[in-house]
Design a protein. Sequence first.
Length: 196
Amino acid sequence: MSDNRHRVLIVEDDLQVAKTYEHWLSADYRVELAMGGREALDAVHDAIDVILLDRRMPGVSGDEVLERIHERDIDCYVAIVSAVDPGWEILKMGFDAYLTKPIKRQELRDLVQQLLSRSEFAAEIRSLYALQNKAAVLRESKSETELKQSLAYSQLQAAIEERKSSLDAERERLADDHEFISQIRDIEESISETEQ
């Protein structure tokens, strides 16, 4: 039987901390462990959905691992989970979230779920954009009469409205993630421009 759960890679040099995080997450996700930065570089692959990355590790630091992930163009979310207090240097780092240790179980679980929700929401937006683009192309190439008489166009419009409703409901659920919602509004503005 295949395990289709989302995959989370925990990169941590403290085995007890890594095992604790694994215990907290393993009921809901497929969890992989990489003990240190060097092992992380071998463990990172395209099937990973979320990486929980410590910064201060001997040998290869979390900051270096993060750079290499971006160099390899791995498409996943990366959350820094570290005892290192963030400073100005984080402005140049390409991560999706930052938690300062010590952290609580629910805090870690919420973080992973929030990142995965972003991914699902982004896929919904891409799908809506594709549907709206098809409608715009048809409006350009067909007459008003042809559009009104077309069952396929009517079904396309219904699918667009259904997708918009779904996105509105998801936006309500993600309302506490202000930075992400701001990014979504920017995307939606560009989508509405294509509708006109």
